[in-house]
Structure formats: structure tokens, C-alpha cells
Design a protein around this ligand. Structure first.
Ligand SMILES: C[S@@+](CC[C@H](N)C(=O)[O-])C[C@H]1O[C@@H](n2cnc3c(N)ncnc32)[C@H](O)[C@@H]1O
Length: 304
């Protein structure tokens, strides 16, 4: 019997053998690729630093959403931190809008240069960061992200390209970067949930930014307060905000916070945030909320 004859499938038995062989090969290839991933990336213990977490086992994700023309799949709705969980187009459009806003601010206050290092602080599952792949390719930017919700970081570690560095962070003001090592840090709706140690966080962001580096953050001020008051009858507003706040037509404190973990909210008076934050970095501008998508102000600071 020749070698070729031995490999030839014979009847039903042969077909079953071929099927099993392919199945084993597929499983082997998958496992090999997972081992390669583990060797390529530092593997931190999986943990939940959030105070509302119920368990600490590694997550099992629902299916991703594939969208034509997108090189990275969209995260399943549960991994979108409330951003357009049921509308993929809207999710992409909103992320791109925020990306474009950040690019406008970088161009205006820093300049677009080759080899810049960018950190998305509070990156969730990369809603905004995914849109920076263009700049990564065009200008060789080094992209990274941190978030305190380990399951979101884990999702990114599995589905974002390997050369984008993502890490689980802490609520304690610390970032795993060397002094003066980053050009731009942006955080979309992160200080809006940072009810403690906001001043230490600003000092930490300043530490890791290069001199002249930009810090771009969104925050809630009088406009957001008014938004909630005006929409106090909406179910999601009622469910997530205390009545004492919703009944108050105007902010009557400099800084206000309530709630726990991801559902906590913070508000600063515009004049107060400019004065207080200026102690850590130079406040270049406090912009009104953009025309679309959000009622948060954008604040831009320059490190000295
Ligand atoms: C409202 S979500 C916004 C997510 C993302 N920036 C976006 O625009 O899609 C706020 C995110 O900030 C994260 N976060 C809150 N405090 C953080 C901290 N100290 N360090 C890193 N991430 C933080 C939360 O886990 C959450 O994913």
C-alpha cells in the first residue's frame, strides 16, 4: 500500500476520521494561538478592584459584533459601559466624534508629531481608542489604555492588536508609567466618577506627562446639572440620581458628588474647576459641551 492510498478516506469511516482530524487541528491551532498571546503579553492576575464587584473569576464574554470595514470587532453590549449598547453604528460614530474632538485639541494646543505616546485613561473597552489606530499607523503613535474594570481590559487584551498596551488600573492615584513619559492623556467621563482624590489624580497625571504634555478630560459642570434637573422625569435619570439633587435647579456647592463606583457622579462649578485644577497644570480652556452626544464640558490642561 502506498502512502497516498493510506491517506485516502474510505467510506463513512474515512469521513468521520477526516472530520475528527480537522476538529483536533482546529482546537490545537486555537490553543497554540492562546499560548502565543500569553507569552507575548504580561499576564497579570485577574482581579476586580471595583467596590461593587460580586466575583473575581475571569469573565466569559458574549459574542462580539462584527461590522464590515472595522478591523477590530465591537464589544458585546455588556462591555460598552452604557455607550450605545444596542446601536453599533451610533457606538462607532460617538467614539469617532470624541476622537476627532481630541485630535482638534491636540492640533490646537500641542501639535501633531511623530512617535507621540497617548494614554486613554478610563478606556473601558476602547470605544475611543480604537479610532486612534489610524494615527498609530500614520504617525507611529504609541497607544495605551487603563481602566479599573478588569473585565473591560481583559476584553481589549483579547481583541485589540497586541501593540496597543492595555492595563488594569487602580482607584488609588497611580499609573504604571515612568515620570515624563507621555505626550497626551485623555479621559472621557472619568473625572465625572472620581469622587475621591481628584487632586492626587491630577498630580499623578502631571507626573507621567512630559513637560508641555496635554491632559484632556471631560467633566460635569452647571450645564450637566441643568440637564439632569430639566430631565428629572426620565426613568434613567430618576433611577440614577438622588431626588435632593434633581429638585435643585442650580448647583449651590463648589463640588458635589454622590453614588458609588461606576454610578457615582461628580460636578464642579466652572469657575471652581478652572481655579482648583490650575494648581496642578495650566488650564488652557474649558469648553462648553459639544453639539452632539454629550452634556459634559471638555477641559484642556498643559503640563509644565
Ligand atoms: C463613563 S465610563 C467612560 C468610558 C470611556 N472613557 C468611554 O468614553 O467610552 C468611565 C470609565 O472610567 C473608568 N474609571 C473610573 N475611574 C478610573 C480610574 N481611576 N482609573 C482608570 N479608569 C477609571 C470606569 O471603569 C469606566 O470604564
Amino acid at each position: 500500500m502506498t502512502e497516498n492510498e493510506m491517506e485516502k478516506p474510505a467510506g463513512l469511516g474515512g469521513l468521520i476520521a477526516k472530520f475528527v482530524k480537522e476538529l483536533v487541528q482546529r482546537e490545537f491551532t486555537q490553543q497554540l494561538s492562546e499560548i502565543k498571546q500569553d507569552l507575548l503579553r504580561a499576564n497579570y492576575m485577574y482581579h476586580w478592584p471595583m467596590d461593587d464587584a460580586k466575583e473575581s473569576s475571569a469573565p466569559i464574554f458574549e459574542s462580539n459584533v462584527e461590522v464590515e470595514g472595522e478591523s477590530i470587532p465591537l464589544p458585546p453590549p455588556i462591555c460598552r459601559a452604557g455607550y450605545s449598547p444596542d446601536d453599533d453604528r451610533h457606538y462607532l460614530e460617538w467614539g469617532k466624534y470624541d476622537h476627532d474632538m481630541i485630535m482638534t485639541l491636540i492640533e490646537r494646543h500641542h501639535g501633531i508629531k511623530e512617535h507621540m505616546s497617548i494614554l486613554d485613561w478610563g478606556c473601558s473597552s476602547g470605544r475611543v481608542l480604537r479610532h486612534f489606530i489610524k494615527e498609530q499607523e500614520q504617525f507611529h503613535w504609541k497607544l495605551s489604555g487603563t481602566d479599573i474594570q478588569a473585565f473591560l481590559v481583559e476584553w481589549m487584551r483579547r481583541y485589540f492588536p497586541n501593540d496597543i498596551q492595555v492595563m488594569t488600573g487602580s482607584t488609588f492615584p497611580h499609573l504604571p508609567f515612568k515620570d515624563s513619559s507621555l505626550d497626551v492623556i485623555y479621559g472621557i467621563s472619568v473625572f465625572t466618577h472620581t469622587k475621591y482624590l481628584w487632586d492626587f489624580w491630577l498630580a499623578e497625571l502631571s507626573r507621567v506627562l512630559k513637560p508641555g504634555g496635554l491632559c484632556i478630560q471631560t467633566v460635569q459642570c452647571e450645564f450637566a446639572w441643568d440637564f439632569y434637573h430639566t430631565n428629572k422625569e426620565l426613568d434613567w435619570v430618576k433611577e440614577n440620581h438622588p431626588t435632593s439633587m434633581l429638585e435643585q435647579p442650580e448647583m449651590d456647592t463648589d463640588f458635589f458628588f454622590y453614588g458609588d463606583a461606576v454610578v457615582s457622579q461628580t460636578f464642579y462649578k466652572e469657575e471652581v474647576i478652572k481655579k482648583y485644577w490650575n494648581r496642578y497644570m495650566t488650564v488652557l480652556e474649558l469648553l462648553p459641551p459639544p453639539e452632539k452626544f454629550s452634556f459634559q464640558n471638555w477641559i484642556v490642561l498643559k503640563n509644565s
